[in-house]
Every structure is written in C-alpha cells, then in structure tokens.
Design a protein around this ligand. Structure first.
Ligand code: SF4
Length: 350
C-alpha cells in the first residue's frame, strides 16, 4: 500500500492538508484511548458518551470519521443524519467485551426472566459497548443504553420503571454502579449465558434487583489489588483512580473511580505537584502525563487495548482519501430505529 510507506510526519502533513481542504464537511471523532497522534488530529476528543452526543449534534458535516472501536462508530451511524456518512479507519477494530453478549443469548435470558418473574418486571440496560441489535432490543423493551459516565443515572431511570434490571455486557461496571446506588451484594447476581437461569436459583432471582451479564473488559480486569498495594508502598502520597470496568475489590481499594472523562477531570483538578496513579488504558494515561507535566501521572500497570490501537495514521489517511467509500459503517434501518430510541433515552438523561 503506497501510503503505508510514508513517514509519520508526511502522513500527519497530508491528513492536515485533507482536513483543511474539507473544512466543516469533515468531522474526525477520537476516543481518549487512541494513540496521541490520532488524538492530536481529532476535531473532537471524548469518551463514548461525549462522542455519541457530538455525532448526534453535528448536523453540518458530511463525513464523520470515527477513531475508536466499531460499536462506537455504529452508535454514531445510528445517531447521524441520513445524509451523513460514518467511516472507521479499521473495520477490524472491535471490542472483546462487546463480543461477549449477542442478541440470541440476551434474548433468551430476558425470556427466561420474564417467564419466572412476569412480563414487564425486568428492564434491559445495555452498556454502550454492545452491538446495535442489543441497543435496539433495549429500545423495543422499555430499556436504555448507558456509558460509564452515566450508568448510575441510567440504572436509576430503569429502577423508577421496574423492580429489576438485566445489565449487559459488563458485570463489573454494573456491580460497581449497583454498589454506588446502595444495592447489597445479595441484590446483584451474575448471569452465566451458557447455563439455565444463568446458573442462578429461582428464589435468588426473585430477590435480586440487578442481574449482571457475565462479561468483562480484559484491559481493566488486568488490574488487581496487588497492583494497588505495590503502588501505595512505593508512592504513599499518591491518589489512585480506576475505571469502573475494574473488578469491585480494585475499585473498593482505590481513592476514586470514574469514566475516562471523570479520570481526566480528576487529574486536571489535582493540585500541582501531586501524584496520581491511574488504572485504565495506557494511551489515556500517557497523554495525561504529557498534558500535566506539573503532576506525576503514573499507570497502575501497563494495559493497552489492542483494538483501539488498530487505528493509526496510515489507515486514517487512507480513509480520508476514500471518503464515502472505505469502511462505511452501515446499520440495518429496523435495528437503527430501535437502537435510536434507547440511545435517545440515554442522551436525554439529566
Ligand atoms: S478498552 Fe475494553 S471495553 Fe474498551 S474497547 Fe477495549 S476491550 Fe472494549
């Protein structure tokens, strides 16, 4: 491929020239976990909530190039205007967590729960990190979508409408958010998709409030309590903040937890000279360390999302050279309509 032989500097120059040429007809959205050179070229940087809101709001641009993973670009395609084209520089940039739940197994779980508990007793809540058909499933069954920055609001919204919630695919985000809302460990059960009733006792399901799909993000489950103990022994003055996709025991040991945007704000607001240790994807941490040289910003451990890393200067440039043609993200219209209902519910949360 001709462009792949260009140096990084040449690619950056060509991408900038293309952006200049297209002006407001092009919008490059970059997730916080992207490489720093991709973040630098983005027109808008954010977490999955902020990026989806931006995609829904920008009515001027013709082309949205999404530098993130596939489910995010799919959400942008659902929220965009019909005349807007959403593209992703590498179609293979997926998410292993999103792959842990599919419409067949989630549909089966929901039907089993309805048969046991009665119709309308359970509201489905999908984490943004899921396929479009699961978001549509939520839209069609009185449910909602959430991101890590509004999971608490989405769960409160759901509990105002039903006694129980089926949350998928990330059990840890569900667990940490449930604790934050005052639920006890006994009120939260894990649903194993390959077992009848998710491997749970019917009476326990009748008592439960939050039923958590057995999915996880390997980038965040990598962090352990030992990492926290080791870092605290070496940097006793440090504050530790972790992402809510980390296991409950890690979140409980940290000083704070929150979405990528909350982590960024935490570092920004920390006093000059302070030490902050972060448990999340390494590209965000390295960028924050560069952005705040007056603070010591360290990783809890080095953990990289290989799918986020698939987006690079070469495939971004190639996409910009083939606008409207290469890796266009398409969503079936019927799925789009249902998913849009659930995404709009999320976007309207106060
Ligand atoms: S960091 Fe985890 S949840 Fe996010 S895209 Fe990568 S695998 Fe998926």
């Amino acid at each position: 491929m001709k462009e792949a032989r260009l140096s990084d500097e040449e690619l950056i120059e060509k991408i900038r020239a293309r952006k200049e040429e297209l002006g407001s007809r092009l919008l490059i959205l970059s997730h916080h976990y992207q490489r720093k050179e991709i973040v630098a070229l983005g027109d808008f940087i954010g977490d999955s909530f902020e990026l989806s809101r931006k995609a829904a709001q920008d009515r001027e641009c013709r082309y949205i190039v999404f530098c993130g993973v596939h489910f995010m670009a799919q959400s942008a395609a659902i929220l965009a205007n019909p005349q807007q084209v959403v593209q992703i520089p590498d179609e293979e940039a997926g998410c292993r967590m999103a792959d842990m739940a599919d419409i067949y197994t989630v549909g089966s779980a929901y039907r089993q729960l309805e048969a046991l508990l009665g119709s309308g007793e359970v509201i489905p809540v999908a984490y943004m990190n899921s396929e479009a058909d699961l978001k549509a499933f939520c839209g069609e069954n009185s449910g909602i979508v959430c991101t890590s920055s509004n999971a608490d609001k989405a769960l409160k919204w759901a509990f105002e409408r039903a006694q129980k919630v089926l949350f998928f695919p990330d059990r840890h985000l569900g667990h940490n958010t449930g604790f934050g809302l005052g639920l006890s460990a006994e009120q939260m059960l894990v649903w194993s998709p390959d077992k009848p009733l998710g491997g749970n006792d019917p009476d326990a399901l009748k008592r439960a409030r939050l039923i958590l799909w057995d999915g996880f993000c390997h980038v965040h489950t990598r962090f352990t309590c030992d990492h926290i103990k080791q870092r605290r022994a070496r940097f006793p003055e440090a504050k530790i903040i972790v992402h809510p996709e980390c296991p409950r025991e890690v979140v409980a040991m940290a000083d704070a937890f929150g979405s990528t945007s909350r982590i960024e704000k935490y570092v920004k607001e920390a006093p000059s000279g302070s030490t902050i240790i972060i448990g999340t994807e390494i590209n965000l941490i390295e960028r924050l360390a560069l952005a705040y040289p007056d603070k010591k910003v360290l990783d809890l451990d080095r953990s990289l999302c290989p799918n986020m890393f698939k987006i690079n200067l070469a495939n971004l440039f190639e996409t910009l050279e083939h606008l409207g043609e290469m890796n266009v993200v398409r969503v079936d219209e019927a799925i789009k309509a249902g998913a849009r209902v659930a995404l709009d519910r999320m976007l309207s949360l106060a």
